[in-house]
Design a protein around this ligand. Structure first.
Ligand code: NAP
Length: 508
C-alpha cells in the first residue's frame, strides 16, 4: 500500500501541503494517490541523517554491504505483482517490460553485491617503503578508494526501476559506501515509494544506519535544487533532459564547495550504413532498424535517431522501406503527457527545417498519449549546415542523412555533439576502408556497435554508457555496469602508516 509520503531515513513522513499525482498515460487519467512534496525541514532531516549515517556506513565491511544490496534485491522481488501493476499504471509500459526491468534492477544490485564482497574494486596500490634507500628513505604508500559522502540520485522517467529508486546510480553509490537520497520522479512516485519501502526494509534487516537511504517526492525546481545545493551532499547522479541536467550541473559548480554531478542526457546515436551493406541486405537492415526505432516507444537513451548513408542505387528505396516498416508497427503509449508533448514539439522542430522530408509518419487516429512513429530524410549538405537537426526527438523517430561521399559522411560525424553510442553496419569487404569513419566516430561516442542495434545496454564490467557532452557531463565515467562505482569514490593514500592502524584491505 502506498501512502504518498516521503521516506526520511526509516520514517514515513508527510509534513508538506504541496501535492502532485501521477498519470495513467494509457487511460489519460490521474492516479488517485496524492504525493506530498517534502518540506525544507524534511529535506534537512534527510540530509542530516545521511551525513551521520555516512560516518558508520563508509566503514561497513564489503560483506555487510553485499548483504544489504542482496536483501534490497530480495525485498524488491517480495513486492510481487503490486510493483508490476503500479509500474504499468504509472508508465503505460507493458507487464513483460516491467518484469524484465525488475530482473535487470535485481541483477544490478546482486552484481554490485558480488563486486564489493571482495576488495579488488578499490584498485588498491601498495608501494612498500624502503627506509634504507639512499640518499633519502622511500615512504610506504598505500592507495585505495574512499566514498565521497551522501549522494543525491534523480530517478529517470524512462526506466522506472532500472534507472530509478534502486537503479544503477543507487546500487553503485550504496556499494561504494555512500548514503543515497533519491529525488523520486514525479511521474512514477508510486513505483518509487514501493521500491523505497523495499530498501528501507533491507536496511533495517541488515542493520544499516538510519539515513543510509531516503526517498524524497516533489518537484525538481524545489526539492531537487535544494538537495543539490545542500552543503552536506557530496555528489549527484542524474538521467534525463539536457536542460535539466545542465541546470543541476551548473548549480553544483556554483556552490561554495563544488561537487561532481554525473548527468546522462541527450543522444541521437548515429548509425552508419555502408553502401556495401545496403547493397547486400537493405531489407534486413530496414526490418532490424524499424524494430529498434520503435522499441519501448523509442524512449531509450540509445534510440537510433540518426542514420547516415552514402548515396548509392539502393539508398532511396532503403529509406522508403525503413519508413514503411517503422510506421507499420502499431503505435504505442508514451511514458507521460510531458514526454508526448516533447516528442511532438521536437519532432516538428526537426521536420520543419529546410531540406527535411517526412518520408513516413503514422497518420491514423491514435490515443492521446500515444506516439506517431516517424522517419525523415535529408541530404548531408543540409544536415551539416543546420545543428537544429541534431535535436534529440525522444520517441520512435529517426532521420536518414544521405551524404554525397565518404568525406561528407566524416564531416557530418565531426559536426555532431557527443553521443552515447555509434553503430556501423558494414560488410567484410568494408573493413579496410572504414578507418576515417571509425576515427571520427570514436571521438564523438562512448561505445561503437558493429553490425547490431544500439538499443539494449548490457550490465557488464566492460560496458561504457556515457560519452562526450551532452551524452554525459563527464565522459571518463560510465553510468551502467560495474565501473559505475568509480563515480562515487576518490583516491586516497595512507603514507607511512603502521600496519596495525591500516584498514584490513591494505594490511598486506
Ligand atoms: P527531465 O525533465 O530532465 O527530468 C528529470 C528529473 O530532473 C526530474 O526529477 C525533474 O524534476 C528534474 N529536473 C528537470 N529540470 C530540472 C531543473 N531545472 N531543476 C531541478 N530539477 C530538474 O527529464 P524527463 O522527465 O525524464 O523527460 C523529459 C525529456 O528528457 C524527454 O522528453 C527526453 O528528451 C529527455 N530524456 C532523455 C533521456 C536520455 O537518457 N537521453 C532519458 C530520459 C529523458 P521534475 O520533473 O519534478 O521537475
Amino acid at each position: 500500500m502506498i501512502t504518498g509520503k516521503n521516506y526520511i531515513g526509516n520514517k514515513l513522513s508527510g509534513e508538506g501541503t504541496k501535492t502532485h499525482k501521477t498519470v495513467n498515460p494509457k487511460l489519460n487519467i490521474q492516479n488517485p494517490t496524492e504525493f506530498l512534496e517534502a518540506t525544507a525541514e524534511e529535506l534537512e532531516e534527510a540530509v542530516t541523517l545521511a551525513d551521520t549515517a555516512f560516518k558508520t556506513y563508509k566503514n561497513t565491511s564489503g560483506s555487510k554491504r553485499a548483504a544489504f544490496l542482496n536483501t534490497i534485491a530480495d525485498e524488491i522481488m517480495e513486492l510481487g505483482d503490486e510493483l508490476v501493476q503500479m509500474y504499468c499504471t504509472e508508465s503505460g509500459l507493458p507487464e513483460g517490460r516491467a518484469a524484465g526491468e525488475r530482473g535487470r534492477t535485481v541483477f544490478q544490485l546482486q552484481a554490485f553485491a558480488k563486486m564489493v564482497s571482495k576488495d579488488d574494486w578499490r584498485q588498491n596500490v601498495i608501494d612498500a617503503g624502503q627506509p634504507d634507500r639512499e640518499p633519502l628513505p622511500k615512504p610506504d604508500l598505500r592507495k585505495t578508494s574512499v566514498p565521497l559522502g551522501p549522494v543525491v540520485v534523480f530517478a529517470a522517467s524512462n526506466f522506472p526501476l532500472a534507472f530509478s529508486t534502486a537503479g544503477g546510480d543507487t546500487a553503485s553509490a550504496l556499494a561504494a559506501g555512500c548514503p543515497v537520497i533519491v529525488k523520486s520522479h514525479a511521474m512514477h512516485s508510486g513505483t518509487g515509494e514501493l521500491v523505497a519501502s523495499a530498501i528501507i526494509k533491507a536496511a533495517e534487516k541488515t542493520g544499516m544506519p538510519n539515513g543510509v537511504f531516503s526517498n524524497i517526492t516533489g518537484r525538481g525546481r524545489t526539492v531537487g535544487q535544494a538537495l543539490v545545493k545542500h552543503p552536506k551532499v557530496k555528489a549527484v547522479g542524474f538521467t534525463g533532459s539536457i536542460a535539466g541536467g545542465t541546470v543541476l550541473f551548473n548549480l553544483a559548480a556554483e556552490r561554495d564547495e563544488p561537487i561532481p554531478v554525473f548527468t546522462e542526457m541527450g543522444s541521437i546515436n548515429p548509425v552508419i550504413i555502408t553502401s556495401n551493406a545496403l547493397e547486400s541486405r537493405a531489407e534486413e537492415i530496414a526490418s532490424q532498424y524499424a524494430g529498434s526505432i520503435t522499441l519501448g516507444t523509442g524512449q531509450f537513451c540509445t534510440n537510433p535517431g540518426l542514420i547516415l548513408t552514402i548515396e548509392s542505387g539502393k539508398t532511396q528505396s532503403f529509406i522508403e522501406d525503413l519508413a514503411q516498416k517503422t510506421i507499420a508497427i502499431q503505435a504505442q503509449c508514451m511514458l507521460h503527457p510531458n514526454i508526448k508533448d516533447g516528442y511532438v514539439e521536437n519532432g516538428n522542430l526537426v521536420s520543419q527545417q529546410e531540406g527535411v522530408t517526412v518520408v513516413g509518419k503514422i497518420d491514423s487516429e491514435i490515443g492521446e498519449n500515444y506516439a506517431a512513429s516517424q522517419v525523415n530524410a535529408v541530404s548531408g549538405t543540409d544536415f551539416i549546415a543546420n545543428p537544429k537537426m541534431h535535436t534529440e526527438v525522444f520517441g520512435p523517430f529517426s532521420m536518414v542523412v544521405t551524404c554525397k561521399d565518404e568525406q561528407e559522411l566524416v564531416s557530418a560525424i565531426n559536426h555532431l555533439e557527443g553521443q552515447l553510442t555509434g553503430t556501423i553496419m558494414a560488410e567484410g569487404s568494408d573493413h579496410e576502408s572504414l578507418g576515417d569513419v571509425v576515427d571520427a566516430l570514436q571521438s564523438r561516442v562512448g561505445r561503437i556497435i558493429f553490425n547490431g542495434v544500439p538499443t539494449g545496454v548490457e550490465v557488464s564490467g566492460a560496458m561504457t554508457h556515457g560519452g562526450p557532452y551532452p551524452a554525459s557531463s563527464d565522459s571518463r565515467f560510465t553510468s551502467v555496469g560495474l565501473e559505475a562505482i568509480k563515480r562515487w569514490v576518490r583516491p586516497f593514500t595512507y603514507q607511512g602508516w603502521p600496519k596495525e592502524m591500516l584498514p584490513e584491505y591494505l594490511k598486506k
